[in-house]
Design a protein around this ligand. Structure first.
Ligand code: BGC
Length: 833
């Protein structure tokens, strides 16, 4: 034993002598320098680009002779995104729902749990969190992101990354730098934005990532002020310069987001993903030709190695792999806890509709496809997560209601296409058979489970995927459906099928149309056409993620019209209607409306029964012309696999709601902070940020427009009062300390989210009020707590543009507003500095 110890010890010493960078007692910086000093240019360049990755979204090649492990980068913003169709990862709520908790502890726990599952899956770079600001209310990626406020985004970034990187072996990645605020023309649009707006709004959440010591950044597809984000000297300069954001890690490109070798490498891009078109041999050639100095290459590799050493990637070899089941009871519970905590009670008429009074309610009608047949647990695109299961709203409510309450279900009534009427579907019955035109069928990967399909197809420039329905009639037709008979049913989600893929064709534009019916002889087929503008034909596997919904449905009764549902609703003691707006990377929403059918359904049901709660599974704002009639409204985002249980927790009062809206819900589509086409979607290839600092509530405040539900709004089943505002400008100057008391004046325990909004002196030319602090406190009935918040010097500053290039502390009269939302201010006072 003793001998073995000596041999091991000597072996380690020998190894460290030969590979001094393996000495764990040295700092990551020393180790990185020691390693790089032994590398050839070719070896260094290996670190600067991706290689074909069979298992992960992206990876680098290992360098075994130097002990350098491979980086394994993977998507997933509400959980690890599986690349093999497996379902062995937790589907957490989408990021904006985590943000809506306004709870820094839960943000941190979410990050830790995400980090644990990524490492368990063998991925050491988590391509999350996504930190884009909801400037555009229609943006298709709001679900993956931080909502509309930079301070809230800062808190999410800081806490989520601190949690994630507390996991050994995990490097987080702050996505998608910067101004990738719309999906419309996202690969080419130039965002024209001034420096002050960049620093005060759009950089702020990224600063939270840097303050949490994030290891890596991803630059985005779009251009900023004319130059591509991945070769933008100004924004990447701001990111890395000590006077700017002072980021010391590395910048990797979005997939296919590189457009040059010399400009990108000189201007701050460190690593190309997923391939090596620009940062492989071309980079070696550029160095050899003297166009890119060796010091630049050295700096890039150093920026990659330091976080790798810091997070233990060299010292503890990864034991994770994609076949491992990484789900766990604690993660399931966390998913449910966050889903409930991030559910916002927008309305509760007379504080009396919710929670459901189980002593008087004897039957509950649950309405809508989204409650059972097509629950929207998750967003789509690279942020998708293949959930291991989904507890649907109907299941969650039925389980919680127990035997004494009768729960019945009515799917959405006939839509204009004559679809899916009065059907019930068992999600276990899913069945789909893809074949692939123009490619070798043997490459097709038939992992058809749930509703995400991975299909691999080499050589496909135009790929047709079609489902041969065989002798079965499919319900996209207007066939007569016989009650009691089963039919196969396939429906693409929404107007455009969301789609992502990984692989060398990343620069191409992919479009997918679905649900078109072809009658081929006697066979009905539903087919999807996938077109790509990429002209390359080399045999490279594409990993496509097609997302549609497939179910074997049983027609249980003749199709009712909306009046039949209305009749059922008026007879019920209580009604829960669930509606959704799917959302995806790759496309923005066309407007903020529900589908016409869902809108009509909600209008009918809320009109029929005052005890109706409307549940919205939507990433962002929805126009709710029926809100006055609704008994209660819950904004439930995309809550992950535990969606039904979490919803039941709120409906039955097991959890007292405390979620807050991280963005404004307007009265109508025309209450729009970006009213001109120049502002959105852009004209002639550019989109102009002329509203400057006036996004979301800042715009509503400035223009005195009343929102339907304000930023920061969210109700509780109890009530809170605020008192005793104290502003201390001296004891920690230049910081200002603010304190106040919050009391629970109701009869239930619950969490309150006190918010601090700051108004600057008029001379500072800032928005009327801006969030500068929030807390999340639990109070028993009758309990009171003093809440303290610090306004730092930066909080009291504005950005001084070049040549100042620094925060400028403002002087004059500031006003502090404390309250329960941006439009529910309970206490205000001023201070002068
Ligand atoms: C997305 C990124 C993602 C990448 C890899 C891109 O389309 O913008 O957020 O990480 O694909 O899947």
């Amino acid at each position: 034993m003793y001998l073995l110890f000596i041999i091991t010890f000597l072996g380690a010493v020998l190894c460290q002598t030969q590979q001094p960078w393996m000495n764990v007692s040295d700092s990551p910086q020393t180790r990185a320098n020691a390693l790089i000093s032994k590398m050839t240019l070719e070896q260094m360049v290996v670190m600067l680009h991706g290689v074909n990755s069979p298992g992960y979204t992206g990876m680098t090649s290992p360098i075994p002779e130097l002990g350098v492990p491979s980086l394994t980068l993977n998507d997933g913003r509400q959980g690890f995104r599986p690349n093999d169709g497996s379902k062995t990862n937790t589907a957490f709520p989408c990021a904006v729902q985590v943000v809506a908790t306004f709870d820094k502890v839960l943000m941190n726990e979410f990050g830790t749990a995400m980090g644990e599952e990524f490492v368990c899956k063998g991925s050491n770079v988590m391509l999350a969190p996504m930190l884009i600001l909801a400037r555009v209310p229609l943006d298709g990626r709001i679900f993956e992101s931080i909502g509309a406020d930079p301070e809230l985004g800062y808190a999410f970034a800081y806490n989520m990354i601190t949690g994630a990187q507390s996991v050994q072996g995990l490097i987080a990645n702050a996505d998608d730098f910067v101004l990738n605020n719309q999906e419309s023309s996202r690969t080419s649009i130039s965002a024209v934005c001034d420096e002050r707006t960049l620093f005060e709004l759009y950089y702020r959440a990224y600063k939270g990532a840097i303050d949490a010591n994030v290891g890596s950044f991803m630059c985005s597809y779009n251009r900023v002020n004319g130059s591509y984000a991945c070769e933008n000297a100004v924004t990447l300069g701001d990111l890395k310069s000590p006077q700017g954001l002072n980021f010391s890690g590395w910048v990797l490109s979005d997939w296919g987001g590189v457009h040059s070798t010399v400009n990108s490498s000189l201007n701050g891009l460190d690593q190309e993903m997923p391939g090596s078109d620009y940062f492989g041999q071309a980079l070696i050639d550029a160095v050899t030709a003297g166009q890119v100095p060796m010091s630049v290459i050295y700096d890039k590799v150093y920026r990659i190695f330091v976080p790798m050493f810091q997070q233990g990637l060299f010292d503890v070899p990864s034991s994770g792999n994609q076949d491992t089941n990484c789900t766990s009871q604690p993660h399931t519970l966390l998913s449910r806890t966050i889903a409930a905590a991030g559910t916002v009670l927008l309305k509760n008429a007379n504080n009396a509709v919710l929670p459901i009074d189980t002593s008087s309610v004897k039957n509950i009608l649950v309405v809508g496809d989204s409650a059972s047949l097509s629950p929207q647990c998750c967003g789509y695109g690279s942020g998708f997560n293949n959930p291991p299961y989904i507890v649907t709203p109907l299941e969650g409510i039925t389980n919680r209601a127990g035997p004494t309450i009768n729960v019945t279900y009515a799917p959405s009534p006939a839509s204009s296409a004559g679809l899916h009427q009065w059907v019930s579907a068992s999600r276990g019955d899913h069945f789909l058979d893809f074949s692939c035109d123009a490619c070798d069928n043997s490459y097709i990967d038939k992992r058809i489970e749930g509703f995400a399909y991975n299909v691999k197809c080499p050589d496909c420039v135009e790929l047709k995927l079609y489902w041969d329905g065989g002798n079965l009639s499919n319900v996209v037709t207007t066939s007569d459906y016989v009650p009691g008979t089963s039919y196969d049913y396939i429906r693409p989600i929404g107007y455009a099928l969301p789609l992502t893929y990984n692989g060398p064709l990343a620069t191409s534009v992919l479009e997918l149309w679905g649900g078109k019916e072809v009658v081929n002889g006697n066979t009905h087929m539903t087919y999807f056409t996938l077109a790509t503008t990429d002209s390359r034909t080399e045999a490279q596997a594409m990993n496509l993620q097609l997302i549609g919904q497939l179910a074997r449905v049983t027609v249980t009764a003749d199709a009712p019209d909306i009046s039949a549902v209305t009749k059922l609703a008026s007879a019920a003691d209580f009604v829960v209607v669930v509606v959704a707006t799917p959302s995806s990377e790759g496309s923005d929403r066309p407007n903020l409306d529900l589908s016409q059918e869902d809108d009509a359904l909600v209008t009918a049901v809320t009109g029929a029964n005052a005890k109706t709660v409307v549940v919205l599974n939507s990433p962002a704002a929805i126009i709710m012309n029926w809100s006055d009639a609704a008994g209660a409204i819950l904004h439930n985002f995309f809550p992950g696999q535990e969606m039904g249980n979490a919803l039941a927790d709120i409906l039955f009062g097991d959890v007292n709601p405390s979620g807050r809206m991280p963005l404004t819900i307007p009265m109508s589509n025309s209450d729009n902070p970006l009213p001109t086409p120049e502002q959105y979607p852009g004209v002639n290839g550019s989109v102009y940020y002329t509203e400057k600092l006036l996004i979301d509530y800042r715009w509503f405040d400035f223009n005195n427009v009343t929102p339907r539900f304000a930023f920061g709004h969210g109700l509780s089943y109890t009530s809170f009062s605020y008192s005793n505002l104290v502003i201390d400008t001296t004891s920690q100057a230049p910081s200002v300390l603010v304190s106040f008391d919050v009391s629970n004046t109701g009869s239930r325990s619950g969490k309150e989210v006190p918010q601090l909004y700051l108004s600057f002196p008029a001379s500072s030319d800032e928005p009327l009020q801006q969030l500068r602090g929030f807390d999340n406190i639990f109070l028993a009935p009758g309990a009171k707590q003093t809440v303290s918040m610090v306004l730092t010097a930066r909080d009291l500053s504005i950005w001084g543009v070049r040549p100042v290039y620094a925060w400028q502390l403002q002087t004059g009269t500031f006003t502090v507003h404390v309250g329960a939302s941006s439009r529910d201010i309970r206490l205000s006072d001023t201070f002068v500095r």
